[in-house]
Design a protein. Structure first.
Length: 429
């Protein structure tokens, strides 16, 4: 006995076209009045059903003497094997119904052949005519058509499976790239801070040559790490612009729910009561040094009392770090960066606390604002000498969304078409 397949995917248009041509061949060469191709569909714990793929010529009903007509309509109507035809063998083995000399009913003039490949039933071919019985040589021709359809069906299913696997592998590779991009981006900010600290320390050490030599080595190694990160990012960007040849893995591919090595997945992001100032204060330690080194005035406006918000400490640190780093990076010397805490507003009957970060920098053109939170998008900034990966704001938006917050962007905010303002809104706890 043959076995039925499990859960068959939708057939391709190429397979349906082949079924149509073979049914037309049965009609023209063998004078078949009606032919149909069904594919098996099996759900766990349920009987095997047949899904009509092609009925030629299409009729609303096919009536047979002595039985209720089986409804045959276009679409994905499922028909149980036992209701398809009284001539369908219970074991789905190959069968031929050739009438004897006595008078027979019209139903006996049909051939029902399962589409079988390597003892697996992929579907059923049914063809029938009223005028006269089928002859053995005609049956052989119908059997060849059934064999052709069985092989085509198998190739169609495998092709679709391979296509799905290819897409999953491409998605997995893209996720792995994103993980590395995010990881290197998040390494860059503290590395820049360490470099600035080293340079400031060198100024303060003065004539202490032995200590200065150690600090210089630290600064040089930091610069070396930055160069390595830049080289890696250049390599990653070159891969994005190239057509890659992917070797298809014949085993199923699992796609991780995590988006990044360092970014918690939405399922695992724990939200707790968080003091915004506690997080921001640690970020400002390095930001103030970087701003001072660049000649930028960094000002913080903080009320005496701040309500806690609902968030994630590590995620919030990344949000503030990226936004403040961008403000300093894209503000020229003698510019100003302002951070204001304690904003408040009601959104959909829910109270939110706002953190404003604005600068007097170059601003964001109107055409870039629509895409500014997309991964790797830099817009007009890609044409200047300021390095960047286009990931910072994408990471910011992702984290804020996962914390149930919102982010607003205003740019330009100054009369000279410069300046940018971000307001992060987080749920007050």
């Amino acid at each position: 006995m043959f076995s039925a397949t499990a859960s068959i995917p939708d057939p391709s248009q190429d397979f349906i076209a082949l079924c149509h041509s073979q049914a037309r061949l049965l009609a023209t060469a063998l004078q078949a009045d009606w032919s149909a191709v069904y594919l098996t569909s099996e759900e766990e714990g349920k009987a095997v059903n047949l899904i009509p793929v092609l009925i030629y010529p299409l009729r609303e009903t096919i009536e047979r003497p002595g039985e209720q007509p089986t409804q045959l309509r276009e679409g994905k109507q499922e028909i149980n094997l036992s209701n398809l035809s009284k001539g369908l063998p219970t074991n789905l083995d190959r069968s031929l119904i050739i009438p004897e000399n006595e008078r027979v009913e019209a139903k006996d003039y049909q051939i029902v052949l399962p589409l079988v490949y390597q003892e697996t039933v992929l579907g059923v071919l049914v063809t029938y005519r009223e005028a006269y019985p089928w002859q053995p040589e005609e049956f052989n021709q119908v059997q060849q058509i059934a064999d052709t359809l069985a092989i085509a069906c198998l190739l169609d299913q495998r092709g679709e499976w391979y296509e799905r696997q290819l897409q999953r592998q491409q998605l997995k590779q893209q996720q792995e790239r994103d993980r590395l991009d995010d990881l290197f981006h998040q390494v860059r900010n503290p590395l820049t801070a360490l470099k600035v600290f080293g340079k400031l320390l060198l100024k303060r050490l003065g004539g202490d040559e032995q200590s200065s030599s150690i600090v210089k080595n630290i600064v040089q190694e930091g610069e070396h790490l930055q160069d390595l990160i830049k080289d890696f990012e250049s390599y990653q960007n070159s891969l994005i612009n190239e057509e890659e040849v992917i070797t298809l893995n014949t085993e199923s591919v699992d796609i991780s729910d995590n988006l990044s090595f360092s970014l918690p997945a939405s399922q695992s992001l724990t939200l707790t009561e968080v003091d915004v100032w506690d997080i921001l204060e640690t970020v400002l330690i390095s930001a103030e040094s970087i701003a001072e080194n660049k000649g930028i005035n960094l000002r913080v406006d903080k009320p005496k009392h701040l309500e806690p918000i609902l968030g994630n400490s590590s995620s919030l640190r990344e949000v503030f770090s990226n936004l403040i780093d961008n403000s300093i990076k894209y503000t020229p010397s003698s510019g100003k960066v302002t951070i204001k805490l304690g904003l408040s507003k009601i959104i959909d009957d829910k109270k939110y606390q706002g953190i404003l970060i604005e600068d007097t920098g170059y601003g964001i053109p109107l055409e870039d604002k629509e895409h500014i939170f997309e991964r790797h998008y830099r817009g007009i900034q890609s044409k200047n000498d300021i390095s960047g990966s286009g990931l910072g704001l994408a990471i910011v938006k992702e984290f804020i969304t996962k914390m149930g917050g919102l982010i607003e962007l205003f740019s330009p905010i100054l009369d000279n078409n410069r300046g940018t303002r971000f307001i992060v809104w987080l749920v007050s706890n």
